[in-house]
Design a binder for this molecule. Sequence first.
Ligand code: GDP
Length: 140
Amino acid sequence: MAQQRTFSIIKPDATRRNLTGAINAKIEASGLRIIAQKRIHMTSEQAGEFYAVHKERPFYGELVEFMTSGPVVVQVLEGDDAVAAYRGVMGATNPADADEGTIRKEFAESIEANSVHGSDSLENAAIEIAHFFNDDEIVG
Ligand code: GDP
């Protein structure tokens, strides 16, 4: 299968509960490699722009507030079919619907505070990676 890159965020609910390592253990156990990583505190502007596709949704304001409520870890993941593979490791948006063994089933608090983000397409992965990383920060 084709090598791909995808974009990942460990969200504030997870950094608050000290789950960064536990989440990355699941990511690495799946065979995906973390090839870039940094811990940041998003500004409202960054979070608002990142979730601009959801601007018309009723939860947009709350989502921006949540994503800026604490530090996040932004990462680039690489591996076979990485976009779909990481979506599989994450589990469904709502943890109540997530499969056993997935990050969201195990760790998410709610449909909003669901511990991780992952790109939903290869095209969006490239856009999201470029949003947070310069080429020289992706070190393999
Ligand atoms: P994802 O691709 O699985 O993250 O899901 P979406 O792109 O549909 O939604 C983006 C993010 O918005 C989710 O990961 C949640 O943090 C949040 N979200 C999605 N649906 C809801 C909702 O119904 N209510 C609230 N409060 N947040 C939501």
